[in-house]
Ligand binder design. Sequence first.
Ligand code: SF4
Length: 333
Amino acid sequence: MSDHDTLTMVGLTSTVPIEIVYASGLKPIDLNNLFICADDAERMVGQAESAGFSHNICAWIKGIYSVVVNRDLKRVIAVTGGDCSNTIALAELLERRGVNVIPFEYPRNKSKSDLAAELDRLRSALSTSWDKIKTETLRLNRIRKKLLELDRLTYEENLITGFENHTFLVSSSDFKSDPDMFDKELDDFLAEARNRIPRQDRVRLGYLGVPPIFSDLYEYIESLDGRVVFNEIQRQFSIPFLGDDIVEQYLSYTYPYDIQGRIDDIAEAVRTRQLDGLIHYTQTFCFRQLYDIILRDSLDTPILTLEGDRPGTVDGRTAIRIETFIEMLGHRK
Ligand code: SF4
């Protein structure tokens, strides 16, 4: 990373209103994506453990820490409300390592005025104006609209794999630090995908929960004639709610608030995308594992709960459970 990049990059611990970051002239970079896409992701987990992180802290938190240190990032926006309680302590640790940490909180009460005040705090911390934010909102919404089309081509036209859908949606949390380049890449991809022959999968799946730490999960599912046609949280990261009111957009985003919004979103996807089953991914040592109980209580669709710990490929036991689940769903049809 050049000195200029070091000065203009802002690390994100989770999805935030990047319209405000781009309006300030800075470049957001999602630390989760940097970590999981790195060739040495497993090594970075070990690096954080060597720095003192105990084994029962989730691998994503360790990865984020190592990425900030290794990239020598000077500024991070830490989502200290609505994401992960570990981020609160991580933010303090990074501050003590000399990082300028800007906290951002989604209000637990989902109040529009509280969220508007929080957005304004971020605007002020990044020294930008509402006029510039408005311009960025329009620019990014044009790309978000194309992501909606990519999603439609996945579940309606059956032209796109679960992994491709996951990759584009999850990358839109920062638009790869360059929205124009992302836009071009997306245009090229959509043009190519529209010429494909539609897939005919035996089993249609929804993927729930935080993105998987497994590198080959989607590939493995597709080798069994199943396909993920709904990536719940990745789709939420893409803020698929267009409009000219940024506060409303980030109020509709289900991930930071109570689980009922997620349940409604999933139930609608089960119906409209004709899902045969759901895979709920949980991360070892993550408090969000508790949501598994509520999801099972609230949804009638068969659910397979998976757990992943460290970066790597799908382990043997998980592979057998996925295979059995897909077999079972295939027989039910
Ligand atoms: S997976 Fe869970 S524990 Fe880990 S960073 Fe995400 S929310 Fe926090």
